[in-house]
Design a protein around this ligand. Structure first.
Ligand SMILES: NC(=O)c1ccc[n+]([C@@H]2O[C@H](COP(=O)([O-])OP(=O)(O)OC[C@H]3O[C@@H](n4cnc5c(N)ncnc54)[C@H](OP(=O)(O)O)[C@@H]3O)[C@@H](O)[C@H]2O)c1
Length: 222
């Protein structure tokens, strides 16, 4: 399928590589002119380069992989009617303090969905370190396969994305709706640890809304 990727950093590039390795067509964009992505032509020659508007026009499914503080810059109209794969996380040190998140009153995906009010947001690939996205992908049935949760308020979109996750090398788990997606946000037991289906389900269920692990818990995960 065709997938647009907004954000050409660690995660955007890793997801582009994984998609291309499975035969998908990718157009990747940052906030600047495509020529600023010129070096990608060496490492990911199959990727098309463009602007954010180009990415929106390219596909019906769009990955958003940008610093959370910048989600308000995403074009609401151009993303209307699209399925938006939200891989973003909130780091106050980088993004600045956001009261609704600090007070556990909303999830990052709910805030993105509030901004992209005409899009269908699906939370996925947010709780795996970028460097592991291609390294850890394994064929279906491999006992070492990692599990990844998928959350959305739209059941059909969630099922489609779960099928894509499966195809790309991970066991998909139904992560509920966007309100419940805090269970695999930053600092939760399901965040960035390599877990199989049973372990991931256990990590999701034992998460507590107002309890956060320190950065040191997952920063060194290899
Ligand atoms: N790194 C990880 O291991 C990891 C894992 C899971 C999830 N995440 C989350 O995924 C998101 C991206 O992380 P990252 O590590 O890939 O960040 P990064 O390396 O800093 O890359 C961010 C990318 O977003 C682009 N960008 C920024 N604002 C933009 C905008 N308004 N429109 C279009 N492009 C924009 C930047 O390009 P320009 O500034 O040049 O436009 C850059 O290409 C973050 O929310 C992060 O928390 C990261």
């Amino acid at each position: 399928m065709k997938i647009g990727i907004i954000g050409a950093g660690f995660v955007g590039k890793a997801i582009a590589e994984l998609l291309i390795s499975h035969g998908h067509e990718v157009l990747i964009a940052n906030s600047r002119e495509p020529k600023t992505l010129f070096s990608l032509m060496g490492s990911l020659p199959q990727a098309q380069l463009g602007t954010v508007q180009d990415a929106c026009h390219f596909a019906e499914t769009i990955v958003v992989a940008i610093p959370f503080s910048n989600i308000g810059q995403l074009p609401v109209e151009a993303l209307a009617g699209k399925v938006v794969l939200d891989v973003n996380n909130y780091y106050p040190e980088r993004d600045g303090a956001i009261a609704a998140l600090d007070n556990f009153e909303a999830t990052t995906s709910e805030l993105l969905a509030r901004h992209l009010s005409q899009s269908t947001v699906v939370k996925v690939f947010s709780n795996i370190i970028a460097a592991h996205i291609n390294r850890d992908a394994l064929p279906k049935g491999n006992p070492s396969r990692r599990a990844l949760p998928v959350a959305s308020d739209d059941q059909q979109a969630k099922q489609q994305v779960m099928a894509l996750v499966d195809e790309l090398g991970y066991d998909p788990i139904d992560g509920g709706n966007l309100t419940e997606s805090w269970r695999y946000e930053r600092s939760k037991p399901a965040y960035c640890f390599p877990l199989n289906v049973a372990e991931m389900q256990q990590a999701l269920s034992k998460a507590k809304r107002d309890e956060e692990l320190p950065l040191s818990a997952w920063a060194g995960v290899v």
